[in-house]
Design a protein. Structure first.
Length: 233
């Protein structure tokens, strides 16, 4: 049967792999295989692992995935290893075909209610994001009263995009810590008021490029604040 939790990076339960390279079944010799089940490290095709009757449901629809697994007596998580990130990532699930059909009927029955809920959630997040962006801009103007208001709003909007991973969405950014706010302003000045981007494009290493434009950044910050706060590296 399919492998259970063989690694702390793998999800619990039955796991099927999308192999990065060419893999063949150790039992029937078929291959290369799009899906591989590892039994004590030995690759098997889904048929030899008794999972061949299941159908693949790609990730993307959370409700359909959850309900398909609820309806299916047997299911497995499909994963692929991301070498760059050093972790397994879910690609979807294998479920019984009839279970998938029942789950689809359940999702269709309450599709309108879920659509309205998503719309309500989206509106709520939009209001929260607008309030946070304005608070971020106000903190920029407090620290840098000479910063043009439209520039402060632009910096805040860029730094606080939900899901962007930028400083405004970090824990420090959400707490409006002074260091996080200054970091957002410094990044904006670095890209817009200095030749930093051109230096990078010409092959100058990042740390050296930052050293070369540090005085220019400080000059702008002093003009906006009267005296530049400590500039993060």
């Amino acid at each position: 049967m399919a492998s259970s939790r063989a690694s702390p990076l793998l999800p619990a339960g039955l796991v099927v792999h999308q192999p990065a390279g060419r893999r063949h079944c150790a039992a029937c010799r078929r291959g290369p295989l799009p899906l591989v089940v590892l039994e004590s490290g030995t690759p098997r095709c889904v048929d030899c692992a008794d999972l061949g009757h299941l159908v693949f449901l790609p990730r993307g629809d959370t409700a359909l995935t959850r309900r398909s697994r609820e309806e299916s007596t047997l299911s497995a998580v499909v994963v692929r290893f991301n070498r760059r990130k050093g972790r397994y990532e879910r690609q979807g699930v294998l479920v019984e075909e009839e279970a998938l059909a029942r789950a689809e009927r359940r999702c269709l029955a309450d599709a309108e209610a879920r659509r309205r809920r998503r719309m309500r959630d989206a509106r709520r997040r939009a209001v929260e994001d607008a309030r946070f962006t304005e608070a971020f801009a106000e903190e920029i103007r407090r620290l840098f009263p000479g910063c043009p208001p439209e520039r402060a709003r632009a910096v805040a909007a860029h730094a606080s995009v939900r899901g962007s991973g930028r400083v405004g969405r970090s824990a420090a950014g959400r707490a409006l810590s002074e260091r996080a706010v200054i970091s957002a302003v410094v990044a904006s000045v670095r890209h817009l008021e200095t030749p930093y981007d051109r230096l990078l494009m010409s092959g100058v290493p990042r740390h050296e490029a930052r050293r070369r434009i540090a005085a220019d950044v400080e000059t702008v910050l002093r003009g906006w604040a009267g005296a530049a706060p400590d500039v993060p590296g």
